[in-house]
Design a protein around this ligand. Structure first.
Ligand code: COA
Length: 263
């Protein structure tokens, strides 16, 4: 496993958390094809390293931007086929994040526009600072959100507000983003935000990893299902939890009045 061999990303382990930093500060951390290829490789490695990490934080280098969107200069030279391929690559990374068995927290410092906002939307939840701003400004460029924004933003904040933001390109500040349900918590600065995200991952790391993974998968798969279909999926996951050694240990530990040890 080599998590340090990237041009556009930095990685740092902190306990059982991995901090991933999008590292193109001179371009407001704009996401290029290279960024997504490297993210794809990184998430492949994390998925293969079962149990090594309890969670991942994604942030942007510096204080200005989480990521100011897809790389506009690169898109200038793309054909429509290349544009579709770029969208497919970026979308595949968002699906990888959703499929990861551990939580991913987007720690949004500064601007999360376009692809940056869409990357954050594919994470399990979002923390932000008071300086954060969110938006899908693609209509200013004659483009549309192509990395999941047309699909995920409405599911997160509701159709009406998502339509307004996408049609107007309006930027939403952190306080409004919390009220809209896009952001869980807002912090004074990036350091406090990262510390809190690491603490959240530390807490999650003390829980049953198989139960957390099942919760993530079940929430993910049932999101777009009918209540009946969702409940069926949940029931199957509940059964899978019963089949795990963690359930035996967790339930027995409660009855024996001791702390569960999840290996
Ligand atoms: N793609 C490529 N480069 C980008 C970029 C993007 N999405 N966003 C910013 N950059 C680059 C700028 O071109 C500039 O590079 P340069 O110094 O070589 O000219 C550098 O990042 C800094 O950006 P700048 O615009 O000078 O900073 P600012 O503080 O005045 O504004 C933003 C920051 C993010 C508000 C502004 O850059 C912006 O609106 N970016 C585009 C956002 C967008 O439309 N995203 C959706 C893309 S589909």
């Amino acid at each position: 496993m080599n998590l340090n061999n990237y041009e556009t990303l930095l990685t740092e382990k902190s306990g059982r958390a991995l901090i991933v930093t999008i590292n193109r500060p001179d371009k407001a951390n704009a996401l290029s094809e290279k960024s997504f290829l490297e993210l794809r490789d990184l998430f492949d490695q994390i998925a293969a390293s079962r149990g090594l990490f309890a969670g991942v934080c994604i942030t942007g280098k510096g204080d200005k931007a989480f990521a100011a969107g897809a790389d506009i200069a690169a898109m200038n030279a793309m054909s429509s086929q290349q544009g579709e391929d770029f969208s497919a690559l970026a979308q595949s990374v968002t699906l990888q994040i959703e499929a990861l068995p551990v939580p991913v927290i987007a720690c949004v410092n500064g601007y999360a526009f376009g692809g940056g906002c869409e990357l954050a939307l594919s994470c399990d939840f979002i923390y932000a600072t008071h300086a954060s701003e969110f938006g899908q400004p693609e209509v200013n460029l004659g483009l549309i959100p192509g990395f999941g924004g047309c699909v995920r933003l409405a599911r997160c904040i509701g159709l009406g507000l998502a339509r307004e933001l996408i049609y107007t390109g309006r930027r939403m500040k952190a306080d409004e983003a919390v009220k809209a349900g896009l952001v869980n918590r807002v912090f004074e600065n990036k350091l406090l935000m990262l510390e809190s995200a690491l603490e959240t991952i530390k807490v999650i790391g003390t829980k049953s990893s198989s139960a957390v993974a099942l919760c993530k998968r079940t929430i993910q798969t049932t999101e777009a299902q009918s209540i009946e279909a969702g409940l069926l999926s949940e029931r199957r996951s509940f059964r899978a939890a019963f089949e795990s050694p963690h359930k035996s240990e967790g339930v027995r530990a409660f009855i024996e009045k001791r702390k569960a040890i999840f290996s």
